[in-house]
Write a protein that binds this ligand. Structure first.
Ligand code: F6P
Length: 366
């Protein structure tokens, strides 16, 4: 009898731990004699393209990949089955709904169900596919840690570790030159990476989207480091941080099918604001960018990702579709995709972790 097939896709920005999820799905599926795992290359592009780009994910394909960054089946944060970009003869781009075609292709290939590993955008697509009759399980991923239905997403702790190691390196050079160092981290509209790194590294100032900053207050805190004899200081700024009277610093991308506003570079704008507000010290800016997403996942993320992968396949086995795997209260659980995409998790300014940061002298510029 032909084996049952589950399609695995990774969508959205990559994130350390994706390969550990893929490996866990395959290893668990291999314990079921009548199942096999198929990977769609570059999210759903693999199944929607002609010729299709699909790979059989067997034990050989996934051997040892849990330590590897990125995703062996590639990813994209553009387009998707409901928003497939097609170029017209006049050069303009239109988008097409290819979901019916995708269902037809899956039936033709004998693919029973889907495990979609992705962030909020990918899980919105999962929900829409589920509403069209696809049997689908979601697995959350993002370094931003901004999904409310899960306490942590894998990749986040690795991003914080990378950022903290970079921060530690900036400390010695800041001290040698008596400078103010500004380090920009990712996170989109959530300040999680910035907040955790500021506490782990010991920054004087942490600027996050959830607490708009007052430049005068930041200057006062930085100047205090020079008047109290320390003579150097550090600012961690989240890419989505904003001043009290201003908006987010981003731009629309020219890349076809890329819907997100591109963030990045606020460190330089903020540096100019500090100068304009009268900060005398020399300033240097570091933008960590995609180093936070690349490279090997730390142990925590490999372990979380492995649990997510096993759980996702077991949900497929149990016909438990239309849901996303979550990590809540130290337990691997699941929620409906609808609930999963409803709420974002941003930093609550009243949470204890913010109080703890303030308690060790970190200013949020408020
Ligand atoms: O959502 C993850 C993330 O790394 C954000 O922190 C960042 O703003 C964005 O993706 C960058 O996306 P891209 O890889 O498309 O530049």
């Amino acid at each position: 009898m032909a084996k049952k097939k589950v399609l695995v896709a990774t969508g959205g920005g990559d994130c350390p731990g994706l390969n550990a999820v893929i490996r866990a799905i395959v290893k668990r599926a291999n314990q079921e004699p009548d199942w096999e795992v198929v990977g769609s290359i570059e999210a759903y592009n693999g199944i929607l393209k002609d010729p299709m780009e699909l790979v059989t994910l067997d034990s050989k394909a996934v051997a040892g990949i849990h330590v590897k960054g990125g995703t062996i089946i590639k990813t994209t944060n553009k387009g998707g089955p409901f928003n497939w970009s097609v170029q017209s003869p006049d050069g303009t781009w239109q988008s097409e709904d290819r979901s019916a075609d995708m269902m037809e292709r899956m039936n033709r290939l004998g693919i029973d169900s889907i495990i979609s590993i992705g962030g909020d955008g990918s899980q919105r697509i999962s929900l829409a596919l589920h509403e069209k009759g696809f049997k689908i399980v979601g697995v959350p991923k993002t370094i931003d840690n901004d999904l409310a239905s899960t306490d942590y997403t894998f990749g986040f702790q690795t991003a914080v570790q990378v950022a903290t190691e970079s921060f530690d390196r900036l400390v010695t050079t800041a001290e040698s030159h008596s400078r103010v160092m500004i380090m920009e981290v990712m996170g989109r509209d959530a300040g999680w990476i910035a907040l955790h790194t500021a506490i782990a590294g010991g920054a004087e100032v942490c600027l996050i989207p959830e607490i708009p900053y007052d430049i005068e207050k930041v200057v006062a805190r930085l100047n205090s480091r020079f008047t109290n004899g320390r003579g150097f200081a550090h600012v961690i700024i989240a890419e989505g941080a904003k001043p009290k009277d201003g908006g987010i610093f981003g731009k629309k991308s020219a890349e076809v099918g890329y819907e997100n506003v591109r963030l990045g570079g606020i460190a330089f704008k903020f540096s100019a604001e500090l100068k304009a507000a009268g900060l005398q010290a020399d300033i240097r800016e570091t933008v960590l960018g995609h180093t936070q997403r690349g490279g090997t996942p730390i142990a925590y993320d490999r372990i979380l990702a492995t649990q997510f992968g096993v759980k996702a396949f077991e949900m497929v086995l149990a016909n438990d579709f239309g849901k996303m795997v979550t990590y809540k209260n130290n337990d691997i659980q699941s929620v409906s995709l609808k609930e999963a995409v409803e709420k974002y998790s941003t930093v609550n300014p009243d949470a204890f972790i913010v109080r703890a940061a303030r308690g060790v002298g970190i200013s949020f510029g408020d």
